[in-house]
Design a binder for this molecule. Structure first.
Ligand code: FAD
Ligand code: SIN
Length: 527
């Protein structure tokens, strides 16, 4: 039997929770389907903080400038302005809802991260900013009686009828059976796809399902080639690539090679605080130059007491691995971290499919361009989560369809996740051929491998995963230049004369270029 609600939100990170709260304030029924426990998401692990214009020496123009500069010519200026200007209001609201950002003498404290011209990053419990934001948002969502949080409900595909998204198919966690749920609108907040790569800072839920679901439903995808690799993930054999926050370099952390030499001056005058893509490539170059597989983060200029207070989670995690961050050199190397591309949306989260909205890391609004400025994504989730909720409410007068979908109702088979064999193979190929350094032969080889994997009789989740890998590799092969998070060794320069454009991909069509992401007023997605 299928279910019915007013709005479906998929995902319970910052974007999904914020969108749900917006929707529920009007008394609408909101069902939040989420793959794991409610708190499990990229948001939960965010460390460094959230960028916001609130300090006395900062202003919106400066934050916009820094964001545009990091985005390497591909940001949408209107989207950036919306993020920065509205961001302040949403952070203040988050504080009113009980989020405890760190303070000194009652005043908020701000830290600095790479490519920010001001100290404008708020943080919570030192390095547990995401956890605190999730705590406060879940508590706020639980006050809304109309929000139904449904954990362990893996969603696998969207139901589209007559060109409109009317519901989703998911695995009912109680019945342990596939189900359909119908609504006036669906908001995808499923986050990013760091798990596409062998080495990642992202938790296992970050497999990019929402992007693949939207692609199969016919939505346009934008800028999929732009992946951000974080320079400093803990590099220990048989341990996950735990993030060592950029804020550690913001507090003076130094990168050293295996001989103990500080090496960033060889690569960039901004040293350890150069943009992330530059630091990641510099680390790869230094490892190659010295024939080693790791470099080291040195925090020993600080006292143990300072580091324990400022980075408690990192301190404890490193201690678990027998490393004292105050005295030991910390082995680090880059890992996939964030997807700048995603489902193409306008500034209200509308996608190119009626009834389907997207917000947060799953979406491409144009705020990040070719490279995201550190700590801008929690802010993005708040601002665009709220805006998507607001737009879905305003636009969705649509009557709920509760018919069987024309596809496979009753016969579709929902596997419990991506098969281990597919996951392993895709992750290795993505890391080796579609990673930090790319070239034409490697990308073509990757695409051949993905074609081969696709020929097997795959379940839907595995198919989603390999399709997403193909989208990233196809866009990376198409873009014959280097810019932001995309680096081609065969085209090492930025080439504005031809490539100052976005890649757009759509099922059944060749990849094409677009002058802009944001299609405000171009498509009437709601009738
Ligand atoms: P997420 O928070 O990832 O939430 C996605 C949700 O969708 C999850 O609940 C997931 O379970 C659910 N989901 C996924 N697939 C399905 C499915 N098929 N069915 C049902 N549910 C599904 N950004 C900053 O701004 N500042 C930072 O300091 C910072 N630090 C970071 C540190 C780490 C280690 C990582 C990994 C990221 C960090 N980021 C940071 C990036 C930031 O955390 C994310 O970009 C942001 O939290 C994404 O929010 P979201 O709501 O879009 O997605
Ligand atoms: C970090 O703390 O280094 C992550 C910040 C971010 O990804 O924005």
């Amino acid at each position: 039997m299928s279910l019915e609600t007013d709005f479906i939100v998929i995902g319970s990170g910052v974007a999904g929770l914020r969108a749900s709260i917006e929707l529920a304030q009007t008394g609408a029924r909101v069902t939040v389907l989420t793959k794991d426990k409610t708190s499990e998401s990229n948001t939960e692990y965010a460390q460094g903080g959230v960028a916001v214009v609130l300090s006395d020496d900062d202003n919106a123009e400066l934050h916009e400038e820094d964001t545009l500069y990091a985005g390497a010519g591909l940001c949408d200026e209107k989207a950036v302005e919306t993020l920065v200007v509205e961001g302040t209001k949403y952070i203040q609201q988050l504080i009113e809802w009980g989020t405890e950002f760190d303070r000194e003498g009652g005043r908020l404290v701000f830290t600095k991260e790479a490519a920010h011209s001001r100290r404008r990053i708020l943080h919570a419990h030192g390095d547990s900013t995401g956890k605190e934001i999730v705590r406060a948002l879940i508590a706020r969502a639980r006050q809304e009686k109309m929000i139904l949080l449904m954990p362990f409900a893996n969603t696998e595909s969207l139901i589209v009828q007559d060109g409109r998204c009317v519901g989703v198919r998911f695995l009912d966690p109680i019945l342990r059976a596939p189900r359909e749920i119908y609504a006036r609108a669906v908001i995808l907040c499923t986050g990013g796809a760091g798990q596409l790569f062998l080495h990642t800072t992202n938790p296992p839920v970050a497999t990019g399902d929402g992007m693949a679901m939207a692609y199969f439903a016919g939505a346009e995808m934008a800028d999929m080639e732009f992946i951000q690799f974080h320079p400093t993930a803990l590099n220990l054999e048989n341990a996950p690539r735990f993030l060592l926050s950029e804020a550690m370099r913001g507090e003076g952390g130094i990168l050293r090679n295996a001989s103990g030499e500080r090496f960033m001056s060889r690569y960039d005058e901004k040293l350890e605080l150069a943009p992330r893509d530059v630091v990641s490539r510099s680390i790869v170059a230094e490892m190659r130059r010295t024939g080693t597989r790791t470099v080291f983060l040195d925090m020993t200029a600080h006292t143990e007491e300072f580091l324990k207070n400022r980075f408690p989670k990192i301190y404890e995690t490193c201690k678990f691995y027998n490393l004292n961050i105050a005295t030991d050199m910390l082995p680090v190397s880059p890992a996939s971290h964030y997807c700048m591309g995603g489902i193409r949306t306008d500034l209200h989260g509308r996608t190119t499919i009626a009834g389907l909205y997207a917000a947060g890391e799953v979406a491409c609004t144009g705020v990040h361009g070719a490279n995201r400025l550190a700590s801008n994504s929690l802010l993005e989730g708040l601002v665009f989560g709220a805006r998507a909720g607001e737009a879905a409410l305003e636009n969705s007068k649509f009557k709920i369809q509760n018919s069987k979908s024309d596809s496979q109702s009753g016969i579709w088979n929902l596997e419990s996740g991506i098969s281990t064999a597919v996951r392993k193979r895709v992750k290795r190929v993505m890391w080796e051929r579609v990673g930090i350094l790319r070239d034409e032969p490697g990308l073509k080889r990757a695409l051949q491998e993905f074609e081969q994997i696709s020929k097997a009789n795959l379940g839907r989740s595995s198919r989603n995963f390999v399709t997403l890998a193909k989208l990233v590799a196809t866009a990376a092969l198409w873009r014959e230049e280097s810019r932001g998070g995309h680096f081609r060794t065969d085209f090492p320069d930025r080439r504005d004369e031809k490539w100052d454009v976005h890649s757009i991909q759509k099922s059944g069509a060749e990849i094409f270029r677009s002058e802009k992401i944001n299609f405000e007023n171009e498509f009437a997605t709601e009738k």
